[in-house]
Every structure is written in C-alpha cells, then in structure tokens.
Write a protein that binds this ligand. Structure first.
Ligand SMILES: O=C(O)CCC(=O)C(=O)O
Ligand SMILES: [Fe+2]
Length: 349
C-alpha cells in the first residue's frame, strides 16, 4: 500500500517492538520488560503487545458484533447518530468526523462508560456534560453486552500497562493512578473503513496524536495504519492476536515529553476492500488534572517537553481539554448541543 504514497517508507512488522506482557510477572524477565517498555514508548510511542491474556473468544465476539453493527440498515445507524447525544456517543457516518478540519473516510460508533447524565446547573463547567449514557441500536441488542465486556477487559490490560509505565520511569507503581481514580472515563470505537481508489479519498483518518492516556488497537488483517518516524511514514502491519499500543498526549504531558505521543494515520484501503478496527482509549477521569511526574535526573534530562501544537495547546486540566477535542472533531454535536462553544470554534482553528 505504501508505494502509492510519496515519502512513505515500507517496513516489516519488526519495525515496531513486540512486547510480551507475561514477562512482567516473571521475576527474572521483569526488569528487561520494563526497560523495553520504556524504550519503545520513548523512542517510537508505538509497540505491539502480546501475552495480554485477552481470550481469543472475546476477539471473535467483538469482531462479529462490529460487522453486524455496520451491516445494519442505514436508518438504524442514523437513529443513534452522535448528533443526538450531548455526550458524544453513537454513530458517525463516513465523512462526518474531522481531523485537522478534513473529513475522515470511516464510519464508527463511539461507546463510553455507561453512566447517567449529571444534573447540572447553568454555571456548571461545560465538560461535565460529557458524562452520560451511550446510544444502542435497537436491532442489535447484543452490542451492549459485548462492547461493555470488551471495554472492561481492555481497561484492566491498560491499567496494568499504566502501572508498568510508572515503574519503567522509576516511580511507584501507582504514581499515575491519580489520572484514573475518580469517575472512570474511556472510549471504545468500532470503526469501518470503506475502500476507494480515488486519491482524493485517501484519508481514512488524518494524521493525529491520540488525546488520552493509552490506546489499545485491534486491527483486522488488512493493514493501513501508519506511524510517523523521522524517516517518513511506516506501515504498522497487523500481527494476529497482538494489540497495537500507543501513547496518548496525557502520558506525554505527565512525563514532560519523556514518553511520546506519536502522529499516526490510516490510509483508505483499495477499492473493494473494507477494513475494520476497534480502538480502546483509556481516558483520564474528567475531574482531574495531569500531574508532572518527578523523573529522576538521568531520565528528566532526556525529556523533550511536550510537543504541543501551537494551534491546539494542551491544558493540564482534563475536563476542558476533553471537551475541546470532542467539539472540534464533531461539529454537528457542537452545533446542536453547544451553540455558544460552536460559535467560538472557528476562533480556535
Ligand atoms: O483504525 C486504526 O487503525 C487507528 C484509528 C485511530 O488512530 C484512532 O481512531 O485514533
Ligand atoms: Fe489514533
């Protein structure tokens, strides 16, 4: 796929490290695992994870329910359109999500933590409206059980990794727990990328960094994910049963840029091919703010400072950051539910 893109470097799977989470529990392998984890997250910001313990049946169930969801009639998907939801949950049709102001060629459903909406007075901070129920399709009742089970399972893997990161940075294992110990937040996205050979429709999802703490991605066998490296964009080919893990901007901020949130994108598959992927994003509790870890001197001197986009600076307070990102990506939700913020959006661009 890469040869159709100038400046794109092709790569073997081995271009990204493969880490085995089982090694964390083996006393004589543990130190080496933590060193590899720190290295992968610092140098590349992306790696494959095997030995994560997620049962093969769970992969089968989530893949199956994802395909069945996208195969529902359009009316059923549109009935749970994200524009209905001030909590940014539900279905987004192809072309309706923007990355850097350009439409992505993918359809998806966003599923967060299933909690009731908060009762809010007029002076409540606007980000408190992010909490609320998901939208579930009437024609696929199993989606709820399977998606919430997958999210709960991946949350445990993500938390194990977060604690391993803390230790790789020579901190106590719970040093980053403050990010997640208030109201839980997370996002599960079931995604479908329809193929096209039109060069104008190459953007499956445009180049971006993930906004959260950590992302665990399950991709099907088609490929299309690419990561930015100093030498150009490299392919991240699928490895069966492995998650692709990447660092989000929150972890970059908490480590003063020692760990890296790396740019990545998805290239539209060729005509006649459909790619499915499932992203689990561990998000910080909205009420919190991002700590700055007191890294030991020998690590601190390697921290680059967070590479903040001047057009989109990051706040340490999590709630305001989270709502800003969602409003920019989903203008239809902004227009319908956040008119005041919608009117101000262009000034942010
Ligand atoms: O679908 C993929 O492979 C990656 C998607 C992604 O990067 C995202 O949704 O943030
Ligand atoms: Fe991403």
């Amino acid at each position: 796929m890469s040869d159709s893109f100038p400046g794109c470097v092709s790569s073997a799977a081995a271009a990204l490290p493969v880490l085995d989470l089982r090694e964390l529990e083996v006393p004589e392998r543990r130190a080496a695992f933590l060193a590899e984890l720190g290295h992968a997250a610092r140098e590349i910001g992306f790696f494959y994870l095997i030995g994560h313990g997620v049962a093969a049946e769970k992969f089968v169930r989530i893949e199956e329910v994802s395909r069945r969801f996208f195969a529902l009639p359009d009316e059923e998907k549109h009935a749970i359109g994200m524009a209905n939801s001030p909590h940014f949950r539900g279905y987004t049709a192809t072309g309706h999500e923007l990355t850097r102001n350009r439409p992505d060629r993918r359809e998806q459903i966003d599923i967060g933590v299933e909690l009731p909406a908060l009762e809010l007075g007029p002076d409540a901070p606007v980000w408190k409206r992010l909490q609320g129920p998901n939208q579930w399709p009437a024609g696929l009742p199993e989606l709820r059980e399977v998606a919430l089970d997958w999210s709960a399972t991946l949350r445990q893997v993500a938390i194990r990794l977060l604690r391993a990161f803390a230790q790789a940075l020579e901190q106590p294992a719970d040093a980053l727990d403050g990010l997640i110990d208030k109201t839980p937040a997370q996002l599960l996205k079931l995604i479908r990328y329809p193929g096209s050979s039109d060069p104008a429709l190459r953007q499956g999802v445009g180049a971006h960094k993930d906004a959260g703490i950590l992302t665990l991605l399950h991709q099907d066998h088609h490929g299309g994910l690419q990561v930015e490296r100093p030498e150009g964009w490299i392919d991240v080919p699928p490895i069966e049963g492995a998650f692709v893990i990447n660092i989000g901007e929150i972890l970059e901020l908490a480590t003063n840029g020692y760990l890296r949130a790396t740019m990545h994108r998805v290239v539209t598959p060729p005509e006649g091919v459909v790619r499915y992927s499932i992203g689990y994003f561990l998000s910080p509790s909205l009420e919190g703010s991002v700590p700055l870890l007191p890294l030991p001197e020998h690590l601190a001197k390697l921290a680059l400072g967070p590479e903040s986009d001047p057009k989109n600076p990051l706040f340490r307070e999590i709630g305001p950051n989270a709502i800003k990102g969602r409003l920019r990506s989903h203008r239809d939700v902004a227009e319908r539910h956040y008119p005041e913020q919608y009117a101000a959006l262009d000034r942010l661009d």
